[in-house]
Each structure stands twice: as structure tokens, then as C-alpha cells.
Design a protein around this ligand. Structure first.
Ligand code: URA
Length: 244
């Protein structure tokens, strides 16, 4: 099935640009300079249609295989932004060195100072399903909180905290791991509002000092990944996510 989906017809220059051989104009130049072959024949027209996943494309003698979709899990470090491009700040994509495609994006955002699980893909359909507000995909975080987190906070989160939006938050599960001057908690939310967890704690007069995402739906952070590292999802992880 995957094999069949990979066989699509695509312009040669787009194929090469998607596989990050160069920008669209750079690959056009390569083609015109007779550096590109399709099934052993030198091709001079960038608009030549090729069968991705089936035709054999080479650039300067090196085979360029086509990859239709990529899925990576990153353990996002603090200090990088969840964006594809940023002229001033380092982005999560700057950390993803082994990606084949040029159209990857992070699925949802973590704040610059938040660490942990971030899915990066070019599968727009999956991203839409995971982020769509009506789907309520669970996200689990661990946090360090300034102040003593109490049973009252647990009840407030379970009832749905008002963070100043049109509607209060959906009920969230707050588990106290340690309560003290600095508390440690685990929290499960079903939405993805802007700065949601920080604003939920603000609403009960507390401050988030550290925030780490542990899971999104059935995808769990691989704790062997150091902050800043990423790895492709396994076929099982990808299938389970798609089946959510
Ligand atoms: N909630 C926040 O406040 N920040 C994040 O990065 C994620 C959830």
C-alpha cells in the first residue's frame, strides 16, 4: 500500500528540490548542465515528469531516492523555536540534520522554553487530525511549579480553569508528584491553547518554572533521546498515530 502511494508523477525539478538537492533554481541549473539522469538517460528539461519511487534519478552519478513522507520525534531542547524558519532564532528544523525532505514542519508548538516531545513531519493530514480542536488529543506534561500545588488546584483543573478565553479550559487531570515550595506535577490536557499550561497555573496564582511534554496521543517521548536529538518514528509508532 505504502509502496503504491509512493508512485506519483512529479516534475523532475520539484522531485530534486523536495529531496533537498538544492533550491528549485539550483536544480534547474543542474539539469541544464547535464548533471541529472532519469533511468540512465541525461534529461535537460526541468519539467520532465518522473515516477517518484519507481524511476531511477541520479545527480552527478549519485542516486537520489524519493521519500514521500517523513515522521520524526524530537526531544526539543529549551532555547529553540517550534517553527520552520526564523531569521533571528534557531528553529527545531535547524536541529534536524538527517531529514530528506524540504517541507517538514513541527506538529503544533511548544514554547521556546518548553522541552520534550515534538512530532515533525510533512504529513499535513495527520497534523490536521492531531491538532484539530474537536479531536481532543491528550497531551501529557511534567512540570515544576513555583508554589505549593494543592488538592484545590487539582479540583479546579478537573472542573475546567478559566484562563480568560471565550470558554474555560476543558477538564484537565493534574497529578501532584511532590508538593512544596517548588512542586512537581504531571498534567494531562486535551486542547492546545496558546501557553495553555502556563496560563492555567497563572489562573490559580502559580508559576510554571519548567515544562516538558511526555506524550501526544499514543506517541510517547523516547527517553533515550537527549534534548536536541531526534529519530524517525518506527513503522509501528507511525501506524498507531495514524489510527488514532
Ligand atoms: N502549555 C504551555 O504553556 N506551553 C507549552 O509549550 C505547551 C503547553
Amino acid at each position: 500500500m505504502e509502496e503504491k502511494k509512493n508512485r506519483k508523477t512529479i516534475r523532475l525539478d520539484r522531485y530534486l528540490a523536495e529531496m533537498q538537492v538544492g533550491s528549485r533554481s539550483q536544480v534547474k541549473n543542474l539539469i541544464r548542465q547535464r548533471q541529472v539522469t532519469v533511468n540512465g538517460q541525461t534529461v535537460l528539461r526541468p519539467e520532465t515528469q518522473v515516477l517518484a519511487g519507481s524511476d531511477c534519478i541520479t545527480v552527478r552519478g549519485q542516486q537520489i531516492c524519493y521519500v514521500q513522507t517523513e515522521y520524526y520525534m524530537m526531544n526539543k531542547p529549551a532555547g529553540v523555536v517550534s517553527a520552520t524558519k526564523d531569521t533571528r532564532e534557531k528553529t527545531v528544523l535547524d536541529l534536524l540534520k538527517d531529514a530528506k525532505r524540504n517541507d517538514l514542519f513541527p506538529v503544533g508548538r511548544l514554547d521556546k522554553d518548553t522541552v520534550g516531545l515534538l512530532l515533525i513531519t510533512n504529513d499535513g493530514e495527520l497534523a490536521h487530525r492531531l491538532l484539530s480542536p474537536g479531536r481532543h488529543v491528550d497531551k501529557v506534561y511534567e512540570a515544576a511549579i513555583k508554589g505549593r500545588v494543592t488538592g484545590q488546584d487539582v479540583d479546579a483543573f478537573a472542573a475546567g480553569v478559566d484562563i480568560g478565553d471565550d470558554k474555560p479550559c476543558l477538564p484537565a487531570n493534574l497529578t501532584i508528584l511532590e508538593s512544596g515550595e517548588i512542586s512537581r506535577v504531571r498534567i494531562k490536557i486535551r486542547e492546545g491553547r496558546y501557553h495553555q499550561i502556563k496560563r492555567m497555573f497563572q489562573a490559580v496564582e502559580k508559576e510554571v518554572l519548567f515544562l516538558k511534554r511526555l506524550s501526544m496521543g499514543n506517541l510517547k517521548l523516547d527517553e533515550t533521546l537527549k534534548e536536541g536529538e531526534a529519530r524517525p518514528l518506527t513503522p509501528e509508532e507511525t501506524e498507531r498515530l495514524k489510527a488514532l
